[in-house]
Design a protein around this ligand. Structure first.
Ligand code: NCD
Length: 304
């Protein structure tokens, strides 16, 4: 495997190995400080990002490597009309590995076909976000000790939320995982995931609009932001944006062992009072993102 474009580019064994490696990095950071000496990561971000880009950069620095790139399409030659294919052919002369985020679905795939260096999809439109999924899996494993026999509630914008799409593709491969999809009708999961993934694989799932009703069943509550930038009109966004707001009182009948994840950024979906609840683990999740990306960079560069 040269690139990570889709979470399905990795087998479950490879995912488990990355999680194990990330846990080892967390336990023994000194063993990894020189691993990527003289290597360069290019971060090509044609769309806004805080966590994904900074955690990639921090990951490369912690491995002793260097980072170059841009964080805004406006500051790159994309504004002059340069194609992704040309950009990547230029960047391969400067870097050993690339993390790319792009508003167009499939842009990282095109880039990966045009270059010999590894390309990591750091989010392509409303499609996929495999490194967020690796972060989520590491977090669930660390918080709950397992990735199987879980009931996972996915709540919010299931239509445009690329983190949800990649997470479902990954989690259906573990034993006895049940999904509860919680969203307004307008933001339901795309048909291709329902038909081609959930139904085809006989995965146990239900769709509902009520978070309160299903709360007591959940082992994981995965909250998401309504993806404003993917809406065609602002009025729909405003109408739907505050459909779900998790507050301490709504958590009263949740399991004590439940964990609340959120890929972040949060807008209004989780009130700040919830941050004090031991079940809230989104900031730990964001921190985990650096370690799993370290493990991924090592794997793609073929460094033991
Ligand atoms: C997510 C993304 O970019 O898809 N953010 C992230 O990478 N942590 C989620 C979001 O933007 O809502």
């Amino acid at each position: 495997m040269k690139d990570l474009i889709d979470i399905l580019d990795l087998t479950t064994d490879e995912i488990d190995a990355l999680i194990e490696k990330a846990n080892d990095i967390i336990a023994n950071p000194d063993n990894y400080r020189e691993k990527c000496r003289y290597k360069k990561l290019a971060t090509l971000f044609f769309e806004p990002s805080t966590r994904t880009r900074l955690s990639f950069e921090a990951a490369m620095y912690e491995l002793g490597g260097n980072v170059l790139g841009f964080s805004d399409a406006g500051s790159s030659s994309a504004t002059k009309g340069e194609s992704v294919s040309d950009t990547i052919k230029v960047v391969e002369g400067y870097a050993d590995i690339v993390a790319m985020r792009h508003p167009k679905e499939g842009a990282p795939t095109i880039a990966s076909m045009k270059t010999r260096i590894p390309v990591i999809n750091a989010g392509d439109g409303g499609h996929n976000h495999p490194t967020q999924t690796l972060t989520d899996l590491l977090t669930i494993k660390r918080e709950l000790g397992k990735l199987d026999n879980l009931t996972i509630g996915l709540c919010g914008d299931l239509k445009f939320g690329r983190t949800v799409h990649s997470l479902i593709q990954a989690m259906v491969r573990y034993e006895n995982v049940k999904f509860i999809m919680i969203s307004p009708k307008e933001l339901k999961l795309p048909d291709y995931l329902v038909e081609e993934v959930l139904k085809k694989k006989n995965v146990d799932f239900i769709e509902t609009e009520s978070l309160e009703e299903v709360m007591p069943q959940l082992d994981v509550l995965y909250m998401t932001r309504v993806q404003r930038e993917r809406f065609f009109n602002e009025a729909d966004y405003i109408r739907l944006k505050d459909t779900y707001v998790v507050t301490p009182s709504k958590l009263e009948n949740a399991k004590k062992s439940m964990r609340i994840l959120h890929p972040l950024p949060r807008v209004n979906e989780i009130s700040v009072e919830v941050d004090e609840d031991a079940r809230a683990c989104y900031f730990r999740q964001a921190a985990n993102g650096k370690f799993i990306r370290m493990a991924l960079i090592l794997k793609l560069l073929g460094i033991e």
